[in-house]
Design a protein around this ligand. Structure first.
Ligand SMILES: [Zn+2]
Length: 66
């Protein structure tokens, strides 16, 4: 249930295909790494709806690939 389905998404701003990027979530003291689709141009991370809707207020998202 924790898998994020891969979809061919495009950044609406840059019109570029998104690439999966490891993203560190911090949630109530826990750390979880997910791969979220990210725009290679502007760096915008597209968070799955179920996370954005339910947990975003408490979740810090940090890119981990540097
Ligand atoms: Zn973009």
């Amino acid at each position: 249930m924790n898998e994020v389905p891969e979809r061919k998404l495009k950044c609406m701003k840059c019109n570029e295909y998104l690439v999966p990027a490891k993203t560190l979530l911090r949630y109530l003291g826990h750390q979880m790494t997910y791969e979220f689709p990210r725009c290679p141009v502007c760096g915008q991370v597209f968070v799955p709806e179920e996370i954005a809707r339910g947990k975003m207020r408490e979740v810090e998202i940090t890119l981990e690939d540097k």
